[in-house]
Design a protein around this ligand. Structure first.
Ligand code: SF4
Length: 184
């Protein structure tokens, strides 16, 4: 991958990317969005149907849950940077494969380097596995992990709360903790 010197360059590269087979089924690639100098970067799994249609991350049901959790923590979407592990929608919203995550990893790495947030919030197991090689995030959520000079905060994926409403409270609690850490 060529060096990407700005978030706008990342956005342009993502929207024209054909580095893995997920490009074949997409309507739109979905680059990250938000404040390019944010103190908090949130990383999810992959775009869903609505995100694919609009080319924006977290604009469907999971996005509404995330927005509510952010608002409860005094955070606006425009004050954070939100992205995904892979930038194109997998068929039927399946979990991205290792090869797809690997193909897309350079964009996430570039976003992290360019935004240089105070803390990276990992939402769900796909991002956890990609960034830290972890799993079982419902057990690990609420923790902060320092790796390679970067602080990571672990929480559940907002989409998990669509089917398990108790996780909305968990996500809200975690966003409040995240906001306190980022302010420190
Ligand atoms: S998922 Fe990532 S690597 Fe694959 S085509 Fe989309 S932008 Fe490129």
């Amino acid at each position: 991958m060529v060096a990407l010197g700005s978030i706008d360059e990342v956005r342009r590269a993502v929207t024209s990317c054909t580095a893995c087979a997920l490009c074949e089924g997409r309507t739109n690639a979905v680059p990250g969005r938000g404040d390019a100098r944010a103190r908090i970067m949130l990383v999810g799994e992959a775009p869903g149907r609505r995100e694919d249609g609009l080319g924006e991350p977290f604009v469907g049901a999971a996005g509404q849950i995330l927005d509510a959790a952010l608002a409860g923590a005094g955070l606006s979407r425009d004050a954070v940077y939100i992205t995904n592990t892979v930038k194109c929608r997998p068929p039927r919203n399946r979990v991205p494969t290792d090869a797809e995550r690997e193909a897309c990893s350079g964009y996430l790495a570039a976003e992290m380097a360019l935004v240089a947030p105070r803390i990276v919030c990992i939402m769900g197991n796909t991002a956890y596995r990609s960034l830290l090689g972890g799993g079982g995030i419902t057990r690990e959520r609420g923790k902060t992990v320092r790796r390679g000079g970067v602080d990571y905060f672990l929480t559940v994926h907002p989409a998990a709360a669509i089917y398990n409403r108790a996780l909305e409270g968990v996500l809200g609690e975690d966003m409040r903790a995240l906001a306190r850490i980022a302010a420190g």
